[in-house]
Design a protein around this ligand. Structure first.
Ligand SMILES: [Zn+2]
Length: 337
């Protein structure tokens, strides 16, 4: 999590972090992290960690990538070195990181993609899901450390919580392909399911339609995860539709650009109108930033390019997202009880 230390994430009641497999694989390297006892110990984070498969960032960041049935070869965006990711290798890396929720290696179908392309891509993703699952099941216990030192009871609990692998639904923007992808994935019996290939440039109405088409086919009693969304109102909407998990760079990336999400809508803290505004960033937010600092001060930090700017803006946006989800959970519990 850029700009925010782990002890503050705990204070915000963050329960799970997403680790980017592609970035960690290139730097510091997954073997190094394994030697240091996995990502939990390396970064001092006892709570849950989800890792992506690395595939999405290979597609979006690396150069000269070549996709074959076997996997994806690519060049590092950092130093141009050559690498190869296959479903098996992605599993090895995620196991070495000590992920609690690993993701199957998939091909994120680009948008727009025609029907034939979306079908071919989905078929390969299903074959890769099978290979991911077989390799993961065979090797998932190969974590040569026990992350909970100190308490024997806690250590046993950790050993009992085997790592999990989620499958990913693809199928482009075609409802029938989404349905087929979901049905065939459910037959493979994963402990959780993700809907991938969304929020890749399609209109929001289409994102919603694909989620609405796919969700009823995924088991209700297992986590259902929509990857790569979204704005605060989107995540509330999707959660009400039955989505359990989402991930997005938006709250942190937007914060670094001065965009704050508030109960009154979006606020660009760079704007001159806040130069002497003594009010809190969000009058309805009780976060550690809003309780203490003014819009004028946050604007000053941003304009002066102080690194504290990224810290405070990100803290507020994360608090706003955590609070958004807390309210949705409360609302859903009230409806179901
Ligand atoms: Zn706040």
């Amino acid at each position: 999590m850029k700009a925010i230390p782990q002890h503050l994430l705990e204070e915000l009641d963050v329960r799970i972090l997403l680790g980017n497999t592609y970035h960690l694989y290139l730097r510091p390297g997954y073997e190094a992290i394994r030697r240091m006892g996995g990502l939990h110990r390396f970064m001092s984070w006892e709570r849950a960690i989800l890792t992506d498969s690395g595939g999405f960032q290979v597609y979006s960041l690396s150069e000269l990538r070549k996709v074959t049935e076997e996997g994806v070869s690519f060049r590092s965006h950092i130093d141009g070195s050559s690498h190869f990711f296959s479903p098996e290798h992605s599993m090895d890396v995620q196991i070495a990181l000590g992920s609690d929720i690993a993701m199957a290696f998939d091909e994120c179908t680009e948008y727009p993609a025609d029907y034939a392309r979306a079908r071919a891509s989905l078929e390969m993703t299903l074959r890769w899901a099978k290979r991911s699952q077989e390799h993961f099941e065979k090797h998932k216990q190969e974590r040569p450390w026990d992350r909970a030192q100190g308490s024997e009871k806690r250590a046993q609990e950790m050993r009992d919580q085997t790592p999990n692998l989620f499958g990913i639904v693809q199928g482009g923007m075609f409802p029938d392909l989404r349905r087929e992808s979901a049905e065939r994935l459910v037959e493979m019996d994963f402990p959780g399911y993700a809907i991938g290939g969304l929020s890749v440039g399609e209109p929001r109405e289409m994102t919603r339609e694909m989620i609405a088409t796919t969700l009823p086919l995924l088991p209700k009693d297992k986590p259902r995860y929509v990857m790569g969304v979204g704005y605060p109102d989107e995540i509330a909407e999707y959660a009400r539709m039955g989505v359990d998990m989402m991930d997005c760079v938006l709250p942190t990336r937007a914060a670094r650009h001065g965009l704050l999400f508030t109960s009154e809508g979006r606020l660009n803290i760079r704007n001159r109108q806040y130069a002497e505004d003594q009010g809190p960033p969000d009058p309805n937010c009780g976060c550690m930033v809003c309780r203490r600092y003014s819009r004028a001060y946050l604007r000053h930090l941003m304009v002066a390019q102080e690194s504290l700017s990224a810290v405070l803006n990100t803290l507020h946006n994360l608090a706003f997202y955590v609070e958004t989800m807390r309210k949705v959970r409360e609302e859903l519990l009230a409806v179901s009880s």
